[in-house]
Ligand binder design. Structure first.
Ligand SMILES: Cc1ncc(COP(=O)(O)O)c(C=O)c1O
Length: 333
């Protein structure tokens, strides 16, 4: 479902990066429905693909194909930028910060090192945000002649969030077509909030009454209910400014944030998460400890309470291209 078909007259460019719709399947052993966003593209799946469909055209049109973003050293977002960007005329400049090292993180870091146009490291997210916006942006400008498009971690600015407005419309279409019943609750990890914000706004455009259950996996300072609602509202304003008429208001009552799965910190595995990850593996879902296993752990609690649950599998499950020399990233691993 292309957002521009539902909201006609939108002045927005969109690349076609994925295989849509991503399928939904009933998972009997877990007792829930799964939206297989992990399969969103044969190149690299996961929840970043939808966001990049709107971000990459802007990077090409206004920034000479130069994109600058930040993330943890095993960032799925930075990897998605590199792997999809290089096919669609966009170079990714990455600034990365440390995170607990798991096998998933190590694999991602190797591929990032091989495919980023440039990589720098920083000690923490505040330094990374400032450094990338000013010092690195200037460096890219000097090297390429273009002001890079600065993209917030996770691709979660209003433009990227449009991708998940589209995701909600796609889901409503699947419910309408009888592929799954109307879920009472959608469980999704919440990091930079774009997926949650987009779903929230998108659902308000549909007849579904479904709640968004956002499982917080990042520090509360940047990942919280206000941040998600603010992003949803700013995305609504972007839609209005792009030509959409008569948009309903964002519906905060649909959003429930779960804090109980966070554990000791970002990227730190939790016992509940690891157990959920094992259960998922037994039915062929390849989750990881930072995002998806924590979200699934929360979803399984809702299943135990008898809810009709949809779990969005947001992590890539496609095989990665070979990694490169870890080079600049060595210090963080
Ligand atoms: C696998 C995975 N799931 C979920 C998320 C969270 O999505 P968002 O950043 O849109 O909140 C991320 C973000 O990086 C991710 O990599």
């Amino acid at each position: 479902m292309d957002l521009r078909e539902r909201l006609t007259g939108l002045d927005l460019e969109r690349d076609e990066l994925g295989d849509w719709p991503t399928r939904v399947e009933w998972c009997e052993p877990l007792g829930l429905w799964v939206k297989r966003e992990d399969e969103a593209s044969p190149v690299y799946g996961g929840n970043k693909v939808r966001k990049l469909q709107y971000l990459l055209p802007r990077a090409r049109a206004d920034h000479g194909g130069q994109l600058l973003s930040v993330g943890a050293v095993g960032s799925n977002h930075l990897l998605a930028c590199c792997l999809h960007g290089r096919r669609f005329g966009v170079d990714t400049h990455a600034l990365v910060i440390p995170q607990p090292v798991t096998p998933h993180v190590l694999r991602n870091a190797g591929v990032l090192a091989a495919h980023a146009a440039s990589i720098e490291t920083a000690d923490n997210v505040v330094i990374a945000a400032l450094w990338s916006r000013f010092v690195l942006a200037r460096r890219v400008r000097e090297q390429t002649g273009y002001e890079p498009m600065w993209v917030y971690a996770g691709g979660s600015n209003p433009l990227g969030t449009l991708g998940w407005v589209e995701g909600a419309l796609e889901l409503a279409e699947q419910v309408r077509a009888g592929e799954l019943p109307e879920p009472e609750q959608i469980f999704v990890p919440m990091g930079s909030c774009g997926t949650v914000a987009g779903l929230l706004l998108g659902l308000s455009l549909t007849a579904l009454k479904t709640q968004v259950r956002a499982v917080r996996v990042v520090d509360r300072l940047v990942c919280n209910r206000s941040a998600a609602l603010s992003l949803a509202r700013r995305t609504r304003l972007l839609l209005q400014a792009s030509g959409a008429r008569e948009l309903p208001e964002v519906q905060p009552e649909r959003l429930v944030v779960h804090h109980e799965q966070f554990g000791p910190g970002y990227g730190a595995p939790t016992p509940q998460g690891l157990e959920a990850q094992e259960q998922a593996a037994s039915v062929g879902l390849k989750l990881e400890p930072t995002y998806t296993s924590k979200a699934l752990a929360a979803a399984l609690s809702a299943v135990a309470e008898g809810r009709t649950v949809l779990f969005v599998d947001t992590v890539n499950s496609r095989e990665l291209p070979p990694g490169g020399d870890l080079g600049a990233l060595q210090d963080l691993l």
